[in-house]
Design a protein around this ligand. Structure first.
Ligand SMILES: NC(=O)c1ccc[n+]([C@@H]2O[C@H](COP(=O)([O-])OP(=O)(O)OC[C@H]3O[C@@H](n4cnc5c(N)ncnc54)[C@H](O)[C@@H]3O)[C@@H](O)[C@H]2O)c1
Length: 318
């Protein structure tokens, strides 16, 4: 890999990939900053501290652009001619319910348009697309492997599923591609304030930890494990595969907080008992395929992920 474009690169996963990539690779993060525009003032300060630390690295460039502006994106990609494009831009599941047209345009039309542009520019590139375990809908068995039926329940899962179908059916035309299905990714710094990341930050800054949906089950996966697999995917010869990418263990939100308690003795917790709308019933994902494809095993359990997140925050504020 020589030149890598990460579309939606200023989010949790994109920034952690950028932080890992070798400085010899030119990296371009294209993002409209829609997620960071929704942060509170104090959260924005932490985010900006983290971003400026990452952007200091050589050969790393940020370009503010919306993927929906195909003409501008075309000019940018024509100038760069990347050999790897990682497509991460998306709305959250909850945002997609409220704004289904934007969800379609970003999750599905955005990647289609990127592929069309790249076809004109270069026939030799690899596309890595971030899908989601939401494509499965309610889990019918656990751990859910890649052969599990796909019956998405919500708008977000629907467009991720359509993108998967479109990319995998288009493969003969444009060459190399991989589709990665992460789930419940947490770490520093999450501009969307998703559940587990938020809980760590709230505990770290001595705020009351908001325990939402205590019995909701997730396969919590640390962002550095996820970033490593995106990089391996980009650098390897493996192509034409769709695979889950998680730790492979199911835990309730409440259990996550129980682990967090070990590291923050004076933790304050407020419990909310409602359930997220349209969220599928989930559990552990089977990660045998990713382990085999890349001779890899997840390095971070929940304890390790929390300890590492604390270290990252300590370093930001030292
Ligand atoms: N974090 C998770 O738990 C998780 C789980 C499963 C799948 N995924 C998928 O992985 C990908 C990356 O996840 P993440 O956690 O980094 O998400 P994120 O929300 O932190 O990052 C996505 C980025 O896309 C950008 N973006 C949104 N609309 C855009 C547009 N129109 N043009 C340009 N940029 C735009 C946002 O500003 C944001 O920086 C997403 O596609 C997500 O659906 C994430």
């Amino acid at each position: 890999m020589k030149k890598c474009v990460i579309i939606g690169g200023m989010g949790l996963i994109g920034l952690n990939i950028a932080d890992l990539i070798d400085e010899g690779v030119e990296v371009y993060l294209i993002d409209n900053l829609s997620s960071s525009s929704k942060m509170t003032k104090s959260k924005k300060e932490i985010y900006q501290k983290f971003v400026s630390k990452i952007l200091k690295r050589n050969n790393l460039h940020f370009i503010e652009e919306d993927i929906k502006n195909a003409d501008s994106v075309k000019k940018i990609l024509k100038n760069i001619v990347p050999d790897v494009v990682i497509y991460l831009a998306a709305l959250l599941a909850s945002e997609s319910e409220k704004n289904p047209v934007e969800a379609k345009n970003v999750i599905f039309e955005g990647v289609k348009s990127t592929i069309n542009i790249m076809e004109e520019i270069s026939k030799k590139y690899k596309l890595i697309y971030a899908s989601s375990s939401y494509v499965y809908g309610d889990f019918e068995y656990e751990p859910a492997d890649e052969l599990h039926s796909k019956k998405p329940l919500d708008i977000y899962g629907f467009w991720k599923n359509e993108s998967e179908a479109w990319i995998s059916n288009y493969k003969f035309k444009f060459g190399e591609w991989l589709i990665i299905r992460p789930s419940s990714v947490y770490g520093i710094i999450d501009p969307r304030e998703r559940y587990a990341s938020s809980c760590i930050e709230q505990a770290y800054f001595n705020e009351t930890v908001q325990l939402f949906y205590p019995e909701f089950i997730c396969d919590f996966t640390y962002v550095k494990d996820v970033a490593k697999i995106f990089l391996k995917a980009a650098e390897s010869d493996v192509s034409g595969e769709i695979f889950n990418m998680t730790r492979g263990e199911a835990r309730t939100n409440k259990e996550f907080i129980e682990v967090l308690k070990k590291y923050f003795k004076n933790i304050k917790i407020k419990s909310h008992d409602d359930r997220p709308l349209n969220a599928p019933k989930r559990g552990a994902l089977d990660n045998n395929k990713v382990n085999k494809l890349f001779s890899w095993k997840a390095e971070y359990g929940i304890n390790d992920g929390i300890i590492d997140s604390i270290n990252v925050l300590d370093k930001l504020f030292e």
